[in-house]
Design a binder for this molecule. Structure first.
Ligand code: FMN
Length: 183
């Protein structure tokens, strides 16, 4: 049985740049024998209001956001969790942040989320890599908080229109990272 990865896509644009990066990573990971479940945060109503009503029973990790309950088990079971996102206002998109906020229910209920592999794939219009600092720092601190080891990060600059990531080496880098994710 191959290792399980959850891919969390944070762009509302289907087949957009970060979606293509996610798919390239998945190709590499599947070549290495991994099994990948892709979650699109755009499809989910998630978040955390700090109500404290976490895990009233095993089927209900979050009493406010039923959408999260459908993916919680996959997250807990996964050997790796990977994020693919466009750069939005120098950070990760709000819906992806809401999804990550929802993971607080694991923490609150003492669920074991530790010791997974993780990676960040991010694309933006900015030419200056410094503009990705906010995403990189946030990602690395989240990984540290939950004790996940970072397998790699791919940041692709200078990409605005959907599909233009194909004009860069970004997809190749994502596929390579997917292939060596657990290596
Ligand atoms: C709401 C919004 C905010 C954005 N903010 C930034 C930004 O702060 N810096 C940047 O370089 N690009 C920014 N962009 C451009 C996107 O990062 C860029 O178009 C990216 O390629 C979109 O990826 P996608 O096709 O996966 O959605 C923004 C785009 C949108 C729609």
């Amino acid at each position: 049985m191959g290792k399980e990865i959850v891919m969390v896509l944070g762009s509302p644009r289907r087949n957009g740049n970060s979606d293509q990066m996610a798919e390239a990573f998945i190709r590499g990971a599947e070549r290495a024998g991994c099994c990948v479940t892709k979650i699109c945060t755009e499809d989910l109503n998630t978040g955390c209001c700090g109500c404290g009503g976490c895990y009233q029973n095993e089927a209900q990790p979050c009493c406010q956001h039923p959408d999260f309950n459908g993916v919680a088990r996959a997250l807990l079971r996964a050997d790796g969790v990977v994020f693919a996102a466009p750069l939005y206002w120098s950070g990760i998109p709000g819906k992806m942040k809401c999804f990550i906020d929802n993971m607080f229910c694991f923490y609150a209920a003492g669920k074991n989320l530790a010791r997974k592999r993780t990676a960040m794939l991010c694309v933006g219009h900015a030419e200056d890599y410094m503009m990705f600092d906010g995403v990189q720092r946030t990602f690395e601190l989240i990984a540290k908080t939950v004790d996940w080891s970072v397998a790699g990060q791919v940041y692709v600059q200078g990409v605005l229109d959907a599909g233009d990531v194909q004009k860069t080496d970004g997809l190749k880098r994502c596929e390579e990272l997917g292939h060596r994710f657990f290596g």
